[in-house]
Design a protein around this ligand. Structure first.
Ligand code: UDP
Length: 493
């Protein structure tokens, strides 16, 4: 029995192999979790796809190379993602990547786990658990083959996860797919949904973007459903949230899942190892100097994360809305943000004529920035965001209120909570109008620190920031959550 326990890693140092879905929104929190585990003496093998590994290595200015060389107890490995170059540029590249990973990554992951433990340097314990992010549920089979437990770091809010779990019922009860195009605009999406445990009554349209499909065989809907439900096969569910923030829905999830570890917010300052700062994109550092020259709380930071794509018309509407506010703003226009504009030059060209000249004195455009640092800069007073969960938690950690413009996956439910449950934001209509952009910015930031609502949102944001700090400080709920997780990783099954 002792040998069997030893074989399972019992009594030895835990060794977690982490494998996130290969995009920023999954890699960033997984890296931070990896750093936190490493700081608690868990041995870490972090597996990227080869494509991303090379991107991280090539990063200009950043220390990709240094960080990726690893250090005692923390190593990087890479597996092929199986995608051809032309597929990466295809509009459905994420779907292709998802399918390709399922097809081609299982065996290489098993091989990595076996190889790192038998390297012969003596100090590397066998892999004792696999930690995967959402969308790579095939890695549950990898864990099974290795005979070790799997843990899923589901990267959305707890409310986002609870809603995604119920997509199956929404489909079975006929709420989705929609009957025809008119259902997108005829008020149907306002149908109240009041039966998701732990979640207040919400609009159908806010449950998840995936309910908006007209396609009875919608691939995205099935994938989300299956990926969320497959978490039941894991030994534990790890969430990047904290108990005070989502107590009702966490209580409900804990009824359904025996082990839920709340370890968030996974902010950079907690996990301040060198890997936590790795980024797939080159960060503009000049924007920090520009921020230094702006008055406290005056700047609106505008960014839509790593995946959002918008049409040139929508970009123009947004641009003129921002121009109208006459306030300083820092705008991240990522290569690929604008539909049809694959490279940087086309992206900046996509800005409407006259916009750059008109806003030059008060606008800074960056391709990518160190977002957490930007949000914590004293000059930043508001965040116009797509409500991705990482961006939302980073804003909460910085105490910055938001203007939300959600468009995909869990972004609708996140923004619903930001506005109505946490009181730290406004929401733009789905059809972006410049007048509303300007009015919301004014409401949030105008008139000597904001109107009444602006002031209230700022107060609430400061309160949530303090609660987030308390949760992650020694003895706080997320600090204990991490302790419990590490303990479980050590124990194995
Ligand atoms: N991000 C960044 N620099 C930028 C824009 C985004 O570092 O200029 C990071 C941001 O800090 C966050 C991630 O990219 O950690 C985006 O994740 P999120 O969940 O908000 O959105 P997604 O990209 O998954 O839609």
């Amino acid at each position: 029995a002792v040998r069997e326990l030893r074989r399972r890693g019992y009594g030895r140092r835990a060794h977690a192999m982490l494998f996130p879905f290969p995009c920023s929104g999954h890699i960033n929190p997984t890296l931070k979790l990896a750093e936190l585990l490493h700081s608690r003496r868990v041995h870490v093998t972090f597996v990227n796809t080869e494509h991303n590994h090379e991107r991280l290595l090539r990063r200009r200015g950043g220390d990709g190379d240094g960080a990726l060389r690893g250090r005692e107890g923390f190593r990087f490995e890479a597996v092929p993602d199986g995608l051809r170059d032309e597929e990466r540029a295809a509009p459905d590249s994420t779907v292709r990547l998802y399918l390709s990973l399922r097809r081609s990554c299982g065996a290489p992951l098993v091989e990595v786990a076996r190889r790192v433990a038998s390297d012969g340097d003596g100090g590397v314990p066998p892999v004792t658990c696999v930690v995967l992010s959402g969308l790579v549920s095939f890695a549950l089979d990898v864990a099974e083959e290795l005979g070790v437990p799997a843990f899923v770091l589901w990267g959305t809010s707890a409310c986002g996860f609870a809603c995604t779990l119920r997509l199956r019922q929404l489909r079975q009860r006929g709420y989705t797919p929609l009957k025809d195009e008119s259902y997108l605009t005829n008020g149907y999406l306002d149908t109240p949904i009041d039966w998701i445990a732990g979640v207040p009554t919400v609009r159908l349209g806010d449950v998840s973007s995936f309910v908006r499909t007209l396609d009875p065989t919608s691939f995205a809907l099935r994938v989300e459903e299956d990926e969320a439900n497959s978490c039941a096969r894991a030994q534990g569910l790890i969430l990047n949230t904290f108990d005070d923030l989502e107590s009702d829905v966490l209580d409900a999830l804990r009824d359904e899942f025996p082990r839920v570890y709340t370890v968030g917010p996974l902010a950079a300052d907690r996990a301040n190892g060198q890997a936590a700062g790795l980024s797939l994109w080159d960060e503009d550092t000049a924007c920090m100097t520009w921020l230094d020259a702006q008055p406290a709380g005056s700047v609106l930071y505008v960014s839509f994360g790593s995946l959002t794509v918008m049409s040139p018309d929508v970009l123009a509407e947004l641009a003129w809305g921002l121009a109208e506010t006459r306030r300083p703003f820092l705008w991240v226009i990522r290569p690929g943000l604008v539909a049809g504009g694959g490279d940087h030059h086309v992206v900046t060209n996509a800005l409407p004529d006259g916009f750059v000249a008109e806003t030059k004195a008060r606008c800074f455009i960056a391709e990518w920035c160190a977002q957490e640092e930007v949000l914590r800069h004293r000059a930043v007073g508001g965040f116009l965001t797509h409500s991705g969960w990482n961006s939302t938690t980073e804003s909460i950690c910085a105490g910055v209120p938001m203007i939300c413009w959600p468009g995909f996956a869990d972004q609708y439910i996140n923004s619903r909570y930001v506005r109505d449950e946490w009181g730290i934001g406004l929401r733009l209509d789905e059809e972006l109008r410049r007048e509303q952009v300007a009015a919301h910015v004014e409401e949030l930031m105008g008139g000597g620190g904001g109107g009444d609502r602006g002031k209230e949102m700022r107060r609430n944001a400061a309160r949530w920031k303090a609660l987030a700090e308390a949760a992650t400080a020694k003895g706080g709920s997320s600090y204990r959550g991490l302790d419990e997780l590490v303990e479980q990783l050590r124990l194995g099954q």
